[in-house]
Design a protein around this ligand. Structure first.
Ligand code: SUG
Length: 448
C-alpha cells in the first residue's frame, strides 16, 4: 500500500503580468482593468506562497509560465509584417486582443486541468485533462502549453488526455470547477464536477449578467475519459444567481479538502439533492454550510474567503488554511475563518493570511494559483526533481526574479517589441533553473 500525498503545483507568475479587464464575470479583473501591474512583486508573492506550503512539509512544485507574447496567434488572426508592425496594428485595431496575446493568465494553475488520482479511476491510473478554457481567448491559448507541460511533468506516471474540443458544448475550466472528497488522500473518493449550464439550455435558464463558463457536457466527458465509476462521481449545477454575483468559478464559493466541504448556502441550484447524493456516495463527508447572514455573497466574492487553500498536514488529520490578506480585512470573512479554526468540530487548526494582491487584483486567490494532484510517493519520485520547491530553488528563483523581472507593466507596454527579447531570455533562464530544458522549444509549430 503506497503512501499518498496531495502535490501542490503552482504556476510561476510570468513577466508579462498586467491588468487588461479580459474576463467578463470576474469582478476583480473588470474593476482593475488598466491599472499598473507589478510583475516582479507578483511573482515574488506567488513564490512566498510556495515556500510557505513547502515549509509545512507538503510537496510543492513550480510550473513555468506559458511564453508570451503569443505572436503565432496574432499572425493566425491576420496580422502581418515585422513584429513592431504587428504590435502597432493590433494596438490600433484591437487593444484587448493585444493584451490577450501578452496575458500571464497561465499563473492560475487551478484552471490548467482536471485531475483524477489513481485511487479513483477504473484502470488505477492517474488521469489529467488539460482545460480548453474556450470561454475566453486569452485563456484558451494556454491549453496546448498546458498539455505539453503536464505531459513533460506527469507523462511518465499518468494518462494525459487532449483538451476537449474548444466549442460550446465542451467549454471547460479545469479544477476550479472540480472538488474531490475522500476520507484520506489515498482512499477512493467522490469527484464533484460543478457546471454552470447545459449546452442546450434556453437563455432564460442561464445567468443573465455574466457567462457560465463550464458545461455539464464537458464535466460528463471528463468523468468518462478518466474512467470514474458512477459511485465516485457527481454532477452539480452552480446557481445562476451566484454566477451573476461574480462567482465565475466554483472555487469562488466552495472549498474542499480530504473529507471536508465548506460551501456557501447560495452556491448550488439544488443544495438538498446535491447533499443527499453526496452523503450517499461518501458517508464520511463533513459539511460546513456558510450562511448568507454570516458572509453575504458579495463579501465572499470581495474577500475571496472560499478561494483559500485548504491543506492537510502530513501524517496528521489536521488542516491549515492559507487565506488572502483580504480575508483578514473583511470582518465577516475573518470571523468565519477564526470560527473554523476554533471549533473542535472540524480539522482546521491554523489560518495563514498571505499577501498575493497582484494576483488577487485579477481575480486569482491562493486556490487559483495551484493545481492539486493526489499522488503516491513512488510516482512523486519519478517527476522531474528540479521543479520541487526547497530552500535552494526558492533562493535561485527569488534572486533571478528580483534581478530580471520587469518592475511595472501597463497595457500600453504591450506595444514595446523590446520587451519581447527580455521575456524570451527570462523563459530560457527559468527553463534552466527548473531543469526543464527544451520546454519552450519549437513553440511556433504548435502554439496557438
Ligand atoms: O480566468 N483572470 C482569471 C482568474 C482565474 C481565477 N481562477 C480560479 N478561480 N481558479 C480568469 O478570469 C484576468 C486577466 C485580465 O483581465 O487581465 C483573468 O484572466
Amino acid at each position: 500500500m503506497y503512501t499518498y500525498a496531495e502535490l501542490q503545483c503552482d504556476g510561476l507568475i510570468g513577466p508579462t503580468h498586467h491588468y487588461a479587464g479580459l474576463s467578463r464575470g470576474n469582478v476583480a479583473s473588470l474593476t482593475n482593468a488598466g491599472s499598473i501591474a507589478y510583475p516582479k512583486q507578483a511573482a515574488l508573492q506567488g513564490l512566498e506562497k510556495m515556500r510557505l506550503v513547502a515549509s509545512l512539509g507538503i510537496p510543492q512544485i513550480v510550473l513555468p509560465p506559458p511564453p508570451r507574447p503569443n505572436l503565432v496567434l496574432l499572425r493566425h488572426l491576420g496580422f502581418t509584417g515585422s513584429t513592431e508592425t504587428m504590435l502597432a496594428a493590433a494596438w490600433r485595431e484591437n487593444p484587448q486582443l493585444l493584451s490577450a496575446v501578452w496575458s500571464a493568465s497561465g499563473m492560475w494553475a487551478a484552471n490548467m486541468a482536471t485531475v483524477s488520482p489513481a485511487c479513483d479511476t477504473a484502470d488505477g491510473k492517474l488521469h489529467m485533462t488539460p482545460a480548453n478554457l474556450a470561454s475566453t481567448l486569452h485563456r484558451h491559448q494556454e491549453a496546448l502549453f498546458s498539455h505539453r507541460l503536464l505531459t513533460r511533468v506527469f507523462g511518465e506516471v499518468g494518462v494525459i488526455h487532449a483538451p476537449l474540443p474548444a466549442c460550446v458544448p465542451y467549454t471547460d475550466e479545469g479544477a476550479a470547477n472540480h472538488m474531490r472528497l475522500s476520507a484520506q488522500y489515498g482512499q477512493r473518493g467522490v469527484e464533484i464536477f460543478v457546471y454552470g449550464r447545459e449546452a442546450a439550455d434556453a437563455p432564460s435558464a442561464c445567468p443573465q449578467r455574466f457567462p457560465a463558463r463550464q458545461t455539464r457536457e464537458a464535466c460528463e466527458t471528463i468523468a468518462r475519459l478518466h474512467g470514474l465509476p458512477e459511485e465516485r462521481r457527481l454532477f452539480v449545477r452552480q446557481s445562476a444567481g451566484a454566477i451573476d454575483a461574480g462567482v465565475f468559478h466554483n472555487d469562488v464559493i466552495a472549498m474542499s479538502n480530504g473529507p471536508l466541504l465548506i460551501y456557501h448556502e447560495l452556491a448550488f441550484t439544488d443544495e438538498a439533492v446535491f447533499l443527499e447524493e453526496l452523503t450517499t456516495k461518501l458517508p464520511q463527508v463533513q459539511r460546513i454550510r456558510i450562511r448568507e447572514a454570516d458572509l453575504p455573497l458579495a463579501e465572499a466574492v470581495r474577500s475571496y474567503f472560499f478561494n483559500s487553500q485548504m491543506l492537510s498536514l502530513p501524517g496528521s488529520e489536521e488542516m491549515v488554511i492559507i487565506g488572502p490578506v483580504e480575508c483578514r480585512k473583511s470582518e465577516a470573512a475573518r470571523t468565519a475563518l477564526e470560527r473554523l479554526k476554533q471549533s473542535p468540530d472540524n480539522p482546521v487548526r491554523e489560518v495563514h493570511y498571505l499577501d498575493i494582491r497582484e494576483s488577487m487584483k485579477n481575480g486569482g486567490g491562493p486556490a487559483c494559483l495551484r493545481l492539486r494532484v493526489v499522488i503516491d510517493e513512488i510516482s512523486l519520485q519519478k517527476l522531474p526533481q528540479g521543479i520541487f520547491m526547497n530552500d535552494a530553488l526558492y533562493e535561485k528563483l527569488h534572486h533571478y526574479i528580483s534581478v530580471h523581472y520587469p518592475e511595472k507593466l501597463e497595457v500600453s507596454d504591450c506595444i514595446r517589441s523590446g520587451l519581447i527579447f527580455s521575456c524570451q531570455e527570462i523563459y530560457k533562464q527559468l527553463e534552466t533553473i527548473l531543469g526543464l530544458e527544451g520546454m519552450y522549444d519549437n513553440m511556433e509549430s504548435e502554439f496557438l
